[in-house]
Design a protein around this ligand. Sequence first.
Ligand code: ACO
Length: 384
Amino acid sequence: SMSEHNSPQPGSTAQSAKGGLEGIVAATTGISKVEGQTGRLIYRGYNIHDLARSTTYEEVAYLLWFGRLPNAQELKQLKEQFAAERTIPEEVMTILEALPAATAPMDALRTAVSAWGAVAIQGTPTIDQAIALTARFPVFLATFERLRKGKKPLTPLAELGHAANYLYMLTGQIPSEEHVRGLNSYLVLLADHGMNASTFTGRIVASTESDIASAVVAAIGALKGPLHGGAPALVQDMLREIGSVENAESWIRNAITSGKKLMGFGHRVYKTTDPRAEELREMARVADPDSFKMARTVEELALAILQELKPGRKLYTNVEYYSAALMASVGLSGDMFTPTFAVSRVAGWTAHILEQVSNNRLIRPEAEYTGPMDLHFVPLEQRS
Ligand code: ACO
């Protein structure tokens, strides 16, 4: 039986939940479905494997927002709208210029979205705001990336798609088809993922009838942590620290026995390989065979050692593991990995925000109070 402190209040019908809300259904959604036991991911009825191999990010964003794939005319229109939105208001540019060069790009992105919201956003979230925001994410990031390196920001190229223009605005070079394909598939794969922590955060903010920029700023904050989107740079750090294939087994054993978590392994919902990791693994294999070899060896060893040292936990590779290799292969530095995850996920966030708003009820759970009760109040002047 429960202790007195843990009992719900008399008359309350509340159920107590596990610490991490594990297994709790917090919303209904038509946007995406994560099947943790079978390792399936579905966006609006379509299997992620089909989408990753044969769609562009713009098509998938359309699918998430409008609930169906666009026809050629609708896609052309969306691409034109994206291109028209690739601007940074002067006030926001001034703020980006004022940030210290040492600012993490993820923090610069959060700041830019907040500043852009102050300048450009009012009222109830709309689909046009979702498009305007999604189109700007790579523009904010590429602009800050150049500013922090003392380079002049570049003007976007309207004829380039979302992934290609991002790479162009970072480097000033028209990117190779291979890099565009790699980054595009990455952006498709990460665009939505059920009730993940950042999406839930965005929906909570939207449920208070706040604005879309505020909801997205909050979601960026949730994505940043290493238990969510902050892991891929740590995967890269881990592989560097391991250093060589020969060193891998002892390093991994050591890490696990000393209670460390291996970055890029484990997932709250997937109890089998993350389907996105499977796609990214194949892409990383082609993109950079040398670093792939090391990553693959560490993965195979880690899975075997985890099974031995953590039996029954069902630990597999998650999406972040090969994200690091893929993003490095298209030329992104480690601190751009997590904000590039945000470049993708903002389509999902905004689709969820719009879905929340279209059928809103304030999200407001309860807490189980475990503190003391009925203490005798002592006035300040009598406290020792
Ligand atoms: N390495 C070693 N052991 C692990 C790992 C790991 N990466 N992940 C989980 N475990 C172990 C735990 O130590 C725990 O073992 P125990 O039973 O001996 O206590 C058991 O597996 C269950 O783990 P929890 O932490 O309870 O699982 P939870 O669902 O809370 O965590 C999470 C999921 C946060 C992703 C976790 O696996 C983790 O920290 N992984 C490393 C960081 C990472 O890769 N983050 C990216 C997540 S993917 C994404 O957000 C897109």
